[in-house]
Every structure is written in structure tokens, then in C-alpha cells.
Write a protein of this length. Structure first.
Length: 70
């Protein structure tokens, strides 16, 4: 099937079906590139400076030393 034949059919799909097709294509591309997909329903930790007073103090000291050097 040619892309020119496929595109009009894709336009007629529901939003949910379009999203499924996008997910499928992204998954296929990731496999071709050898990328390991992220797992569903898994919580990943993230690093944040929220409520990190030590990090704020360290950044303030770095800023002061940078300003003094100028």
C-alpha cells in the first residue's frame, strides 16, 4: 500500500485510533533504533531542588563567587 493511499484512510479514523497508530509507529521506530521503551505503570524518580535548602545555599555561594571573580 502506498502512503498516498494510506493518508486519506488515516484522516477518517477516530482520535483514539490515530493515537494507537502513533504509538505503534513510535514503538516500531524505537525497535529499529534499538531503543528500550519505557515500561507502563512504573514510577520514575526525579531530581528536584524543591525543599532542598542545601542545594539553594550551594547555588548562592557559587553565584557569589562568580560575581566576586568578575
Amino acid at each position: 500500500m502506498l502512503v498516498t493511499d494510506l493518508l486519506p484512510q488515516l484522516r477518517d479514523l477516530s482520535r483514539a485510533d490515530k493515537l494507537r497508530i502513533m504509538q505503534f509507529l513510535i514503538s516500531e521506530l524505537a525497535k529499529e533504533e534499538g531503543v528500550t521503551p519505557l515500561e507502563n505503570d512504573v514510577n520514575f524518580s526525579s531530581v528536584t531542588l524543591y525543599n532542598s535548602h542545601e542545594a539553594a545555599q550551594q547555588l548562592a555561594r557559587l553565584l557569589e563567587s562568580t560575581q566576586e571573580a568578575c
